[in-house]
Design a protein around this ligand. Structure first.
Ligand code: PMP
Ligand code: GLU
Length: 397
């Protein structure tokens, strides 16, 4: 038997990808599964972006690129930060990677040593904790619940900081809760962060454009913490480009250089064709996304209204991203046939078998009372998924 590394054995498989694999397998076996497990827009990549990719290939942009990304792409990212976020970076503060997931991994691996503490507000995105484990850091999870719209308070942050704290990782808009921090809430966190200069904060803003609350607010906007913030973003969500694999960071030059060094040994940078296509996406006026945002808003209402009709379900109103994260603990202890629901994980398995709907357990996101429903699907698909869930829940006694 092959001996796997301790590092690998300590890691969990990504719960989101695991559930999507399971539903793909069941579909291939002929089951009529509706998958609301993966955070992936169901729109196609806009044609002008595909055209830019074809043009890049035809112009032979098909060789290795600079490790941190083509100059013109990083210039376009600098302009994007000015235009959308009022942030002033230079090109050498930007590193482009193979998805925001790799961007986050680069930063964590660059800064975290064994035993360094990383504060992760829960509910969190599944991969943060596992990436910290890979770096042999210690995650310090702080819990926020529905009573504060799943957002942490400055007091909670202050209380979690110790001599060993090096980093915090969070997302706004948040995956999985859809919560969006307001400017005032971010300012209050910034006041705490500014007092602890050893603290670097990864602000994952990949859902920036999928925001019903209005203007997106970046954590890096507060000058007193500008150098402490690493802003993460990418093209996967807003531009329906999950398969193209492009994410990026904006950070202090020291951190950007460190990420480039790591990436130079791991991937040599992301695809040349994707990079050229992404310039087209980043230079487009985000106003062109308004139809997509309107569609997500409508879907959110549909899912929230459907959930209201299910007894015992509690939910916040998610302002951003495309997830709802209902508390389903009312169903714990209930049974149907051979199913005895003791946890969110049990409920997900029950919904997969009985309703043929795939959703993800909240345990993977740090809240064992909840499940995550992705509403990146058409109204028609969502209507039938929610009806199936309602019927399945009704059977539980
Ligand atoms: N951050 C968050 C909060 C996410 O939901 C995702 C999922 N796609 C990512 C980062 C990674 O995105 P990608 O690697 O596709 O750019
Ligand atoms: N981020 C998406 C999600 O949370 C895609 C899956 C993944 O990258 O893990 O579902």
């Amino acid at each position: 038997m092959i001996k796997l590394s301790r590092r690998l054995r300590s890691m969990e498989e990504s719960a989101t990808l695991a559930m999507s694999r399971k539903s793909r397998e069941l579909k291939a076996a002929g089951k009529d599964i509706i998958s609301l497990s993966l955070g992936e827009p169901d729109f196609n990549t806009p044609q002008f972006i595909k055209d830019a990719a074809v043009e890049a290939m035809n112009n032979n942009f098909t060789t290795y690129t600079p490790v941190s990304g083509y100059d013109d792409l990083r210039e376009a990212i600098v302009e994007k930060f000015k235009r959308d976020n009022g942030l002033n970076y230079t090109k050498d503060q930007i590193v482009v990677s193979t998805g925001a997931k790799q961007s986050i991994a680069n930063v964590v691996l660059s800064l975290i040593d064994q035993g360094d503490e990383v504060i992760i507000p829960a509910p969190y995105w599944v991969s943060y904790l596992e990436i910290v484990k890979l770096a042999e850091g210690t995650s310090i999870v702080i819990h926020a619940d529905i009573s504060t719209d799943f957002k942490i308070t400055p007091q909670q942050l202050e209380a979690a900081i110790s001599d060993k704290t090096r980093m915090m990782i969070f997302s706004t808009p948040c995956n999985p809760t859809g919560s969006v921090y307001s400017k005032e809430e971010l300012k209050a966190l910034a006041t705490v962060i500014a007092k602890h200069k050893q603290l670097i904060v990864i602000s994952d803003e990949i859902y920036e454009h999928i925001n019903c609350a209005g203007k997106h607010e970046s954590l890096a906007q507060f000058p007193e913490i500008f150098d402490q913030v690493v802003t993460i973003n990418g093209v996967s969500k807003a531009w329906a480009m999950t398969g193209w694999r492009l994410g990026y960071i904006a950070a202090s030059k020291e951190i950007a250089d460190a990420c480039t060094k790591i990436q130079g040994q791991f991937t040599s940078g992301t695809s040349s064709i994707t990079q050229k296509a992404s310039i087209a996406a980043l230079q487009a006026d985000p106003i062109v996304l308004k139809d997509m945002i309107a569609a997500f808003k409508e879907r959110r209402e549909l899912v929230l209204n459907a959930l209201k009709k299910m007894p015992g379900i509690k939910t916040n109103v998610p302002d951003g991203a495309f997830y709802v994260f209902p508390d389903v603990s009312y169903y714990f202890g209930k049974k149907f046939n051979e199913f005895n629901i003791q946890s969110a994980e049990d409920l997900c398995m029950y919904l997969l078998s009985e309703a043929l709907v795939a959703v993800v357990t909240g345990e993977a996101f740090g809240d064992p009372n909840c499940i995550r429903i992705s509403y990146a699907a058409s109204n028609h698909v969502l209507e039938s998924a929610m009806e199936r869930i309602r019927i399945a829940l009704e059977k539980l006694q």
